[in-house]
Design a binder for this molecule. Structure first.
Ligand code: FE2
Length: 326
């Protein structure tokens, strides 16, 4: 299917991705991973919840860790431009006969939950409690020095349909992978904020959360993180990389948290704000697509993901195979 034309004046204005809630089975272990190893800052903490932000963020949280019996991903949070946009968003989802439920979320003003047509749980809000800047409090920098949440990537059983929907609400495709045989999308990267993506979709059993990514200052921070993880009991949690992506041109590393939620450490992709930016097409069989230097991703990268809460998972329609490391 050809890519849809970008919608430059969408029905409501999403600013960017904002946060995600992850259900974790051992809060102390997760705290060690996210706070002591990655270096995220705790902004609130109770017996069953930890709120975290990265160094550049003024909003109260970008990750919420919730103690639970089973590990799973919960709502993907997006910030909209204004309260009017929030009402327009709710109206849009209702018009699509998608569930709209206004909910109470600590540190967030009016917030509603919904789901996209493939079932991914989403949360929209306009205002979150603002915190004082800490990006120049260098004494606080730890771990990989995470600056901000950068994107979500989700397994999708039908990437063409996912792109069609997100395109309609203003996400613009920057890069995509097509299966030459069927002409179907195998993956796509779509943005609101002017980077390569806020949310990407990868063909696979889903919907499931593939990973959440954090932007860091330089590739050297990623090397430092690897040295830290390798010598402090976390070597088995290193999954893929470091490397440079073909798609997005970003430097990357994939690691797994104690429950297997995948986190990408990511830096130096490029600006995409031009409304007429032409999407870049990749062939699924191009060995430089995943990693510019040619190294293929491991099998786990194409199979493992976090289920979303109360969300049925189905097989992908497209059966095309990517290049997988032996
Ligand atoms: Fe990513």
């Amino acid at each position: 299917m050809p890519l849809p034309q970008p919608v430059l004046h969408p029905p409501f204005n999403i600013v960017r991705l904002s946060h995600v809630e992850l259900a974790v089975t051992d809060l102390a272990k997760s705290r060690a991973f996210y706070v002591d190893i990655l270096g995220l800052q705790v902004t609130d903490e109770t017996s069953d919840t930890i709120y975290l932000r990265a160094m550049e963020e003024r909003g109260h949280h970008c990750i919420v860790l919730k103690k639970a019996e089973t590990a799973e991903a919960r709502d993907l949070g997006f910030k909209v431009y204004s309260e009017d946009d929030l009402d327009r968003a709710a109206h849009f989802f209702k018009g699509r006969e998608l569930p709209v439920e206004w909910i109470e979320r600590p540190y967030q003003a009016r917030t509603f939950r919904t789901r996209d047509p493939q079932g991914i749980p989403l949360e929209f809000y306009a205002q979150m409690e603002r915190l004082p800047p800490i990006h120049q409090k260098y004494a606080l920098y730890r771990g990989v020095k995470p600056l901000r949440i950068d994107h979500f990537n989700c397994f999708s059983p039908n990437v063409d349909e996912a792109v069609a929907f997100y395109n309609e609400i203003g996400f613009r495709v920057t890069e995509y992978t097509e299966d030459e045989e069927t002409g179907r999308l195998w993956a796509a990267w779509t943005h609101r904020k002017g980077g390569v993506h806020d949310i990407a979709f990868t063909n696979g059993r889903g919907p499931r959360l593939h990973h959440t990514a954090f932007w860091v200052p330089t590739p050297l921070n990623i090397i430092d993180l690897l040295d830290l993880m390798a010598t402090s009991g976390w070597v088995a949690n290193i999954e893929r990389g470091p490397g440079r992506h073909g798609i997005s041109n970003a430097f990357f590393l994939y690691i797994l948290d104690p429950d297997g939620h995948r986190i990408e450490i990511y830096c130096s992709d490029y600006q995409t704000v031009d409304p007429d930016l032409e999407p870049i097409k990749w062939d699924l069989k191009d060995p430089q697509r995943q990693t510019l230097w040619g190294a293929p991703a491991p099998k786990s990268w194409f199979e493992h993901g976090s289920p979303f809460a109360d969300t049925p998972i189905i097989d992908s329609i497209l059966k095309a195979q990517p290049i997988i490391a032996p």
